[in-house]
Structures are given as C-alpha cells and as structure tokens.
Design a protein around this ligand. Structure first.
Ligand code: MN
Length: 442
C-alpha cells in the first residue's frame, strides 16, 4: 500500500530540499528526511533525480472537430502522451455549437473526456451569445466547477464573437471573478486576406502564415486588453507569438490589469521558414496564430524571463499529414490547424530554458505546472509538492537525452513539428494519483 519516493532533490516553484515523499490513496501524506518505509509500501530511489509537481498543460484540444475532421488524439491517447512527457493534468475545452445549450455541451464533452487516463479540466468556450448565455456562465461557475471561459476574436463564422458579445462575456465573468482565455487575432482582417490570397491563386501553406500577420495579433491584444481593463475582467491570453502582442500585454500589466499571457514551445523554437518546406510538408506547421519570423523568439523568451508571460501551454491539437492535413492541398484555408506537443513541453522547456541558461528550475516548475494550476483554480491540489496535494510527481532525469520523432512519440500523429530536436532532461518516472503511470521507455 502506498509509495515512498526516497532521497530525491525536491524542487518547487519556490524551494529546493532533499528528502522523501510518502504517497497514499492518491495524495502526498508526508514529506521529510529519512522517512522509514511502511509495511508493504513500494519504494523508489530518486537520489539521482529531481522531483517536482506533475505538469499542468492549460491548453490542449483532444478529439476536436476542425475543418471537417477531428484532431487525432482522443482523451485516452492524448493524456497517455502527456503522462509520458511529465504532464499529469490537462485542461481541454468545451465548444458548444451555435444555438447549443452550454450545460448540455459540457455533459457531452465530459462523456468524451471520460476516456482520459490522467486528470483533466475543461474551459468553457463562449461561442455564441443568446438570452440564456449569461445564466449558463453563472451555472458553470456556481454548479459545475467550470470557472474559466474561452473567447475567440478569430473564426467569426464558427466560434468567434463580435465586439459587443466579447464585452458581454467580459462583463459577466468580471462579476463572477472568473478567468477568461482569449484567442487574440483580428478575425475580419485575417478572413479578408486569406480569401484574397486564395482568389489570386495562392494556395500553398505559406499563405496561411501570410494571411495572419503579427499586426493582426498585436491589434487584437490592444483591443481586448482595453476592454478587459474597462470592464474589470481577468484575462489570460493564450498562445502569444509575437513582439506586438507582448508589448500590448506589458502595457496592460503596467496599468495594473489582472492579465496573464501564455506562449507555447512551437513559438519559442520554430520560425516561419517551416512553411517553405517542399511537398506540402509546410502544412504540418499550419497552426493559428502561425509560426513567426525568428526575431520574435527572443522577445518571447525575454517575456517569460521577466514575467510578462507567465505560463507555457502547448495548444496540442494534432492532425495526421495523411488524410487530414492533405485536405488542404488545393486550398490552405482547408488545412486543419493544429499540431501535437503535449508530450514534449517539459523536455523542450527544460532543454532550452534551464539547460540553455535562460531561467532556473524554479521558474521552469512555475511555468509548466504551478502557475497554470494557480490561474485555473487547481492549486494546491495540483502544481505543489505539499502534504495534502495530489500525488502527481515527476521524477526527472537531468542527464537523460533523447531525439524527438514521430516514429517514437506517444502522440497519435504521423508528424512531429519537433522532428529531430534533441532534448536533455526527460522524465524517468511519472506518478499520478500516487501510482507509477510511466517509467522510462514504457
Ligand atoms: Mn487552442
């Protein structure tokens, strides 16, 4: 019964100590130095390993319908891939159809999510505004434990809202002190540009990127931050990709707004040259917002270092090249947008952030676990190594090296946007709910 992790170097967002952690019935029940094994207790020697709280990925999309197809990881394969990479909790989304009851959409999504093999949460996307929407948002918070809401400034035809409705959401959530996640890109400008390029015969993946310029993201950030400030709403900007957006967020924060920003490994590590790959391979990298010019990477790293951005999610939303990305061979607008990443987030951030000398291990833990847990109401059950917290722990091997590849990853996807990327630092063992859920290689 139970599990004793011995002699590990325990690191959290704030502190470091060497010691033992006793887990029982899914929780951490004791932390100390020289804890004696109890009868029947399984022991793990962590003396060569770091021990930190399981990753919390605040932004993933398992089995999400997009452009006539469905993202290729379901909740089972996607959460399994997360576990293999040290992420023990994901937060996905409910996307009610236009006219659909939010509470019914939530029940449908919970049934899909019941396949998950790790813990999950759900953000509610406010995809349309009607007479009942305000009441549904209130019920989500008060009765359903859903306290974060996603709004889209792009994709106006399906999930995006106009400024009037965006304001209604911000006003409603401000009264509830709920969190609002925003996809900040100017939808109208993007749709005009992409339709014009297509009409001019520009059909290749690179035109996806060119129709979504950084200025459209910067402008959206300026506008939504202004609205959130005026209405007193909390705001979390997902997948920040560029200098223009970082500047808008920094300005709003300097005005004292409750505003947070997330970026993703793909924006820190890839640049727009991926869209020039031959044989339609650029489609693999079609995500929104798109991968930017290299100059933006340094701005994003700096923003993480200084705290202008506080979290790293993945926007994990995989599509196979074969049969899915290929749907857009004749029209970049039909390429399903999204890529796999939930398994790779910790290794990439550790390699390029900690080993790369940009920030220390405490900042790393904060970015991938503690801060997302705090921002979405999961802390200290998640994101903490404390007595009473869930026993979700990563035993991390600093010396382990690996090469990311679609041939070996656990994502249900035939491509990796990190193909050939080498990492230093990988999970040796991942514990969730007090049980060993992943051991190196398995
Ligand atoms: Mn997303």
């Amino acid at each position: 019964m139970g599990l004793l992790i011995q002699h590990g170097e325990i690191v959290t967002a704030e502190r470091r100590l060497r010691g033992d952690i006793r887990c029982r019935e899914g929780r951490i029940v004791e932390i100390g130095d020289g804890l004696e094994p109890a009868t029947g207790e399984e022991q793990i020697d962590a003396s060569e390993l770091l021990v930190f709280p399981g990753g919390v990925d605040p932004h993933v999309h398992m089995e999400l319908p997009v452009a006539g197809t469905v993202s290729s990881d379901d909740f089972e394969t996607g959460t399994a891939a997360g576990l293999a990479g040290g992420t023990t909790t994901i937060i996905d989304f409910v996307h009610p159809g236009r006219g659909e009851d939010f509470l019914e959409a939530l029940e449908t999504r919970k049934r899909e999510a019941s396949k998950a093999v790790a813990d999950y949460g759900l953000h509610m996307a406010v995809t349309w505004w009607g007479d009942e929407t305000r009441g549904w948002i209130e019920r989500c918070v008060r009765e359903e434990g859903v306290s974060s809401f996603k709004i889209y400034m792009a994709y106006l035809a399906t999930v995006g809202l106009d400024e009037e409705d965006l304001a209604r959401v911000l006003e409603t959530t401000a009264k509830l002190d709920a969190q609002v996640l925003v996809h900040a890109e100017m939808g109208e400008e993007i749709e005009e540009l992409s339709d014009r390029y297509f009409a001019e015969g520009k059909i290749e993946p690179v035109w996806h990127a060119r129709s979504r310029p950084p200025r459209a993201e910067g402008e959206a950030n300026v506008r939504i931050a202004e609205m959130a400030g005026r209405l007193g709403a909390n705001l979390y900007v997902v997948h920040v990709t560029c200098r223009q957006a970082v500047e808008a967020i920094a300005a709003a924060k300097s005005r004292g707004q409750r505003l947070w920003g997330e970026t993703c490994p793909q924006y820190l590590l890839l640049d727009e040259s991926v869209y020039e790959l031959p044989d339609f391979e650029g489609a693999t990298y079609v995500i929104a917002p798109p991968i930017r010019a290299k100059e933006h990477q340094e701005v994003l790293w700096k923003a993480l270092e200084t705290g202008t951005l506080q979290a790293v999610g993945t926007d994990h939303c995989p599509f196979n090249f074969k049969g899915q990305k290929e749907l857009g061979r004749e029209d970049f607008r039909s390429i399903p947008g999204g890529a796999a990443g939930v398994e790779n987030r910790l290794a990439l951030l550790y390699t390029h952030g900690v080993v790369g000398g940009r920030f220390d291990i405490h900042k790393f833990v904060d970015l991938v676990s503690t801060r997302p847990a705090k921002l979405f109401g999961l802390y200290p059950r998640k994101g903490a190594v404390e007595v009473g917290a869930d026993a979700d722990l990563v035993l991390w091997d600093r010396e382990a090296t690996g090469t990311i590849s679609a041939a070996t990853h656990h994502h249900h996807c035939d491509r990796s946007i990190y193909e050939g990327f080498e990492v230093t630092g990988l999970p040796a063992t991942v514990i969730a709910g007090g049980e060993i859920r992943y051991d190196v290689g398995e």
